[in-house]
Design a binder for this molecule. Structure first.
Ligand code: PMP
Ligand code: GLU
Length: 398
């Protein structure tokens, strides 16, 4: 009866949010489901950040805020980028949005004309391909594979670039694989990109603080010739356990932030005044909370790897950051449990949900059929019990 637009009809729903919703519904119905689907820190937002939000209400930060965000917040973001990553941005080069997802969408909408190609090394986070589709761009996915630790190789990048390529979407540390590009690997990609001067790189650095084994994250921003063509996406969701506050940002050359700000001015206005004051406290306040959570994620990574090694039919890489495990489960395809056949990764994820009561996400949602994703941003007890259930259910497949 209603004429739903082609644009929306062609979209896939967000599988991460859908699976998490499904697991919440099962829990509400009394099923003891362990949710390893959604990627969000299980910690509460640190107290000093919550206090800043309460203060913001009392101090009447309740009016429309500037479209790109409060200047005070954009200043502390610049200081933070300088301190953490040695990046030079001015407040005019920052736009604050409703989470990193909003800023990703704003950047793609601002840079992509219908028919423009956007290169996405996959597996990639569920929303990348769909956001490009919303902008009527053409997502060009390049499969990277577990044997390359899911990182795009320079020759594969060169082969995929065409005169219509406008954007390359990079995400390091990666959701869903936990892989991190080293400075040398980024330099090798930048060397290829120097032959394609019209391509902008969107560098999604939302997991920059969640890195393990003493690794340092690098950014393609620092590679020769890349400063003027790199757009950084980041935010408070993961580092400060603030997923519900919905604050992320774009840091980019001024022409791009001007465009993003113009779009935002017609589409959403400036984002929540109170959440922005909380984000300001996050960036400006004590940073120990970030390290405390990082250490905990590293402990859980070690645990999940140890337990995953006992599951038959899983091939795994060693995640170096973020909080996801992305096993290749293709050896299990074709196996059965009674009259239930595991034909693909969706069947396996549904089998784990219904028989083991563990929610995961099918790899095909990340453009990687034959894999599943588990988020280990949950307690040690949950991880132990979930991995035990998965092992028992997987051993039962014949
Ligand atoms: N980028 C990546 C790689 C993510 O995993 C996520 C998921 N949260 C986002 C962006 C979006 O973050 P936010 O919740 O701040 O919108
Ligand atoms: N990024 C997280 C995830 O991948 C949160 C959910 C979402 O926004 O997709 O699970």
């Amino acid at each position: 009866m209603y004429n739903i637009s082609q644009r929306v009809q062609s979209l896939q729903p967000s599988a991460t949010l859908a699976m998490s919703q499904k697991s919440a519904e099962l829990r509400a119905a009394g099923v003891d489901v362990i949710n390893m689907s959604i990627g969000e820190p299980d910690f509460n937002t640190p107290e000093h950040i919550k206090e800043a939000a309460k203060r913001a209400i009392d101090e009447n930060y309740t009016h429309y805020a500037p479209v790109p965000g409060y200047l005070s917040l954009r200043k502390v973001i610049c200081e933070n980028l300088k301190r953490n990553s040695g990046m030079e941005f001015t407040p005019e080069q920052i736009v604050v949005g409703n989470g990193a997802k909003h800023e990703l969408a704003n950047v793609v909408m601002s840079l992509i004309n219908p028919g423009d190609e956007v290169l996405i090394p996959v597996p990639a986070w569920v929303s990348y391909v769909e956001i490009v589709k919303i902008a009527c761009g053409v997502p060009v996915t390049v499969f990277t594979g577990i044997d390359n630790d899911f990182k795009i190789q320079p020759e594969a990048l060169r082969a995929a670039l065409t005169p219509r390529t406008r954007l390359l979407m990079l995400n390091s540390p990666s959701n869903p694989t936990g892989s991190i590009y080293s400075a040398e690997e980024l330099e090798a990609l930048a060397a290829v990109l120097r032959d394609f001067p019209d391509v902008v790189v969107l560098s999604d650095e939302i997991y920059e603080h969640i890195v393990f084994d003493g690794k340092k994250v690098s950014s393609i921003y620092h590679c020769e010739g890349m400063k003027d063509r790199t757009v950084i996406i980041n935010g408070v969701s993961k580092a400060y356990a603030m997923t519900g506050w919905r604050i992320g940002y774009t840091a980019a050359p001024t022409a791009i932030t001007k465009a993003v700000s113009k779009l935002q001015g017609q589409y959403t206005s400036g984002v929540s005044s109170i959440a922005m004051k909380a984000a300001e406290a996050a960036y400006d306040g004590p940073q120990e909370c970030v390290e405390t959570m990082r250490r905990e994620f590293e402990r859980r990574r070690d645990l999940v790897l140890e337990l995953a090694a006992q599951i038959p039919g899983w091939k795994i890489n060693r995640p170096e950051g973020a909080f996801y495990l992305f096993p290749d489960i293709s050896q299990l395809l074709g196996k059965r449990f009674g009259d239930r056949e595991i034909r693909d990764d969706n069947d396996y994820a549904m089998y784990l949900l219904e028989e083991a009561h563990v929610a995961t996400v099918k790899g095909s949602a990340f453009s990687a059929p034959g894999y599943i994703r588990l988020s280990y941003a949950t307690s040690e007890d949950n991880i132990r019990e979930a991995m035990r259930r998965i092992r028992v259910a997987t051993e039962a497949l014949k």
